[in-house]
Design a protein around this ligand. Structure first.
Ligand code: MN
Ligand code: MN
Length: 468
C-alpha cells in the first residue's frame, strides 16, 4: 500500500499549526489578539454580557425590544437579566424549518463573596468567600486577585465595582501556610489541604487610632468603600461580587502559539460564537447565538440553560416573523433546529497521560473538538449526538477547510463532565458539543492553542452559513 492510499483511508489527528501558510498564521494570530484583549476585559458574566452588547451594536444588531416585525437579514439581540445574551440573524427560510444555534456559557469558576462578607481578625480585614463551580482550592491562594461585581442599592440604583485591574490599583489575595509550619497540611489529601472556609480575601491592615473602637481595620475598609463607591455594609448584602485572578490574558510560549488566561472555559467558545454571528448576513437558516450563565453550577435558575428564557425568546422570534403566529410554529422551529453546544473539552496533557485515552483525546493544535457525548462512566448523564448529526457537521468542516478533531473527556472510568447540551436537547433540538480543548481547565490560568481558537471560530461561522 502507498502512503497516499493509507492517508485516504485513515483518520489521523495531528497538530496542524505547521501546515498553515504565513498568511493563515497571520490571520490566526490577529484573531487571537482580539480575543486576548476581550477576555482580559470581560472576567465576569455581567462584564462579558456588556462587552458582547457593545460588539453586537457595533456590528449592526438592534435590541429585540425595539422591533415588532422581523424580516430576513434583520439582526437583533436581547439580554437576560444582565447575565446572558441571545443574538439572532433572521434567515431566508421560514423559522419553523428550524434555526442554527451556537450555545456557550459565560460564567466561570471563581470565589464569590458571602452575603455578609466583611470581618476583622488578627488586625487584618477580610472578605469571606464561597467558591463557585469546580475549583482546586489550593490554586487560589498566594496569587493576585481582583474584585469585580455590582452592589444593588435599596433605591434601585446599581454600583459597579472593579478593583485590581488598573495598573495603580491594589490587588487582593488569600494567604497560605509557610512550609516550615505546614507539616500537618502537607500530609493531607490535596482536596483537604485548603478548606473552603480558609479562602478569605485579605483587604487591609490600618485601624482607627481610637482605642475604644474594636475592629477598627474593618471600619476603615467600610469608610474607604463608602468614599469610593458611596456604599455601606448593608449594601454588600445585596451585591454580587466575584473575586477573580487580577492578571491579563497573555501569549504563551517562545512561538506565542497559545493563550493563557482566566475564564477561557467557556469564554473562548462564547467569544468565537459571538465573532461568528457578527460575520453572518442573511443566512438561509436563522442564526442564533445563545450565551448563558450558571453552567458551572448545573445551569439552574432564570439565567441558566434550564430556564424558559431561551424558549420565550424563540417564541418572540417566531411571532415577529409570522403574522399568524401559533404555538405549532414555535414547536416546529425547536424540533427542526440544530445546536452546537459550544463548550471546552480537555486536551491531552503529556504531564498527566494516565487520565486520557490517547486515541480518543483532543490535542493542542488539532482544531475544533467535537464531543459526540459527554457524561461519565457508563455514559451517565450523557447527551449523545446522533451519527447523522456528526456526519453533517463533519461534512461542513471538511468542505470549508476547518481543522477538526473528535474526543472524549478522559478515560472511561476516570471521570467526566457535562455541558448545556443536555438541556438544549430536552427542547427537542439536535445537539453536538463542539469547542476548544484546554489545558489546566478550571484553573485560574487556563491554556488554549491559538490554532484551535481560530478553527473553532471558523467552524462556528461555517455552521451558521449552512443548512443542517
Ligand atoms: Mn464549560
Ligand atoms: Mn467548566
Amino acid at each position: 500500500m502507498s502512503k497516499k492510499e493509507i492517508n485516504e483511508l485513515s483518520y489521523n489527528n495531528e497538530n496542524a499549526f505547521a501546515k498553515q501558510t504565513d498568511a493563515q498564521k497571520k490571520e490566526i494570530f490577529a484573531f487571537c489578539e482580539d480575543y486576548r484583549k476581550f477576555i482580559t476585559k470581560a472576567k465576569t458574566e455581567r462584564e462579558f454580557c456588556e462587552c458582547t452588547c457593545r460588539e453586537l451594536t457595533k456590528a449592526g444588531f438592534s435590541p429585540l425590544e425595539s422591533k415588532t416585525v422581523l424580516n430576513a437579514g434583520d439582526k437583533v439581540f436581547t439580554v437576560n437579566r444582565g447575565k446572558g445574551v441571545i443574538a439572532a440573524v433572521i434567515g431566508t427560510d421560514d423559522i419553523s424549518d428550524g434555526v442554527n444555534i451556537i450555545g456557550a456559557h459565560i460564567d466561570s469558576p471563581r470565589l464569590d463573596l458571602k452575603p455578609n462578607p466583611l470581618y476583622e481578625d488578627g488586625g487584618i480585614a477580610y472578605f469571606k468567600t464561597h467558591y463557585y463551580g469546580g475549583i482546586k482550592k489550593y490554586q487560589w491562594t498566594t496569587m493576585p486577585l481582583a474584585i469585580h461585581g455590582v452592589a444593588a442599592l435599596a433605591d434601585g440604583t446599581q454600583i459597579k465595582i472593579v478593583i485590581g485591574e488598573g495598573e495603580d490599583d491594589p490587588v487582593f489575595c488569600v494567604s497560605d501556610l509557610l512550609p516550615h509550619l505546614a507539616a500537618a497540611q502537607m500530609g493531607k489529601k490535596m482536596n483537604e489541604a485548603i478548606s473552603g472556609e480558609s479562602l478569605n480575601i485579605i483587604l487591609g491592615n490600618i485601624g482607627c487610632d481610637d482605642e475604644d473602637i474594636k475592629d477598627g481595620v474593618k471600619y476603615n475598609i467600610l469608610k474607604l468603600l463608602n468614599e469610593k463607591y458611596d456604599i455601606c455594609e448593608e449594601d454588600l448584602l445585596s451585591s454580587e461580587i466575584e473575586v477573580v485572578p487580577a492578571y491579563p490574558a497573555r501569549d504563551i510560549g517562545f512561538d506565542r502559539s497559545m493563550i493563557g488566561g482566566y475564564g477561557q472555559d467557556d469564554r473562548v467558545c462564547a467569544y468565537t460564537a459571538l465573532r461568528a454571528i457578527t460575520d453572518i448576513n442573511k443566512p438561509q437558516k436563522t442564526a442564533v447565538c445563545l450565551l448563558v450563565d450558571k453552567e458551572e453550577v448545573g445551569s439552574m435558575g432564570s439565567t441558566g440553560m434550564q430556564s424558559r428564557h431561551f424558549e420565550n425568546v424563540m417564541a418572540k422570534l417566531c411571532a415577529m416573523t409570522h403574522k399568524d403566529y401559533n404555538d405549532i410554529i414555535l414547536r416546529d422551529a425547536l424540533s427542526h433546529s440544530t445546536c452546537l453546544s459550544a463548550d471546552v473539552s480537555a486536551a491531552f496533557d503529556p504531564n498527566y497521560p494516565d487520565v486520557s485515552e490517547k486515541r480518543n483525546c483532543p490535542i493542542f493544535g488539532g482544531g475544533i473538538s467535537l464531543t459526540k457525548y459527554t457524561g461519565s462512566r457508563g455514559k451517565g448523564g450523557a447527551s449523545d449526538a446522533s451519527a447523522e448529526l456528526v456526519a453533517k457537521i463533519r461534512a461542513i468542516f471538511n468542505e470549508n477547510d476547518v481543522k477538526w478533531q473528535i474526543g472524549e473527556l478522559g478515560k472511561v472510568d476516570v471521570g467526566g463532565g457535562g455541558t448545556i447540551a443536555q438541556f438544549v436537547a430536552n427542547l427537542d433540538v439536535d445537539v453536538i458539543d463542539a469547542g476548544v480543548a484546554l489545558l489546566s481547565m478550571h484553573s485560574p490560568y487556563e491554556l488554549a492553542s491559538k490554532l484551535d481558537i481560530f478553527m473553532t471560530y471558523k467552524g462556528y461561522r461555517e455552521f451558521y452559513k449552512h443548512n443542517c
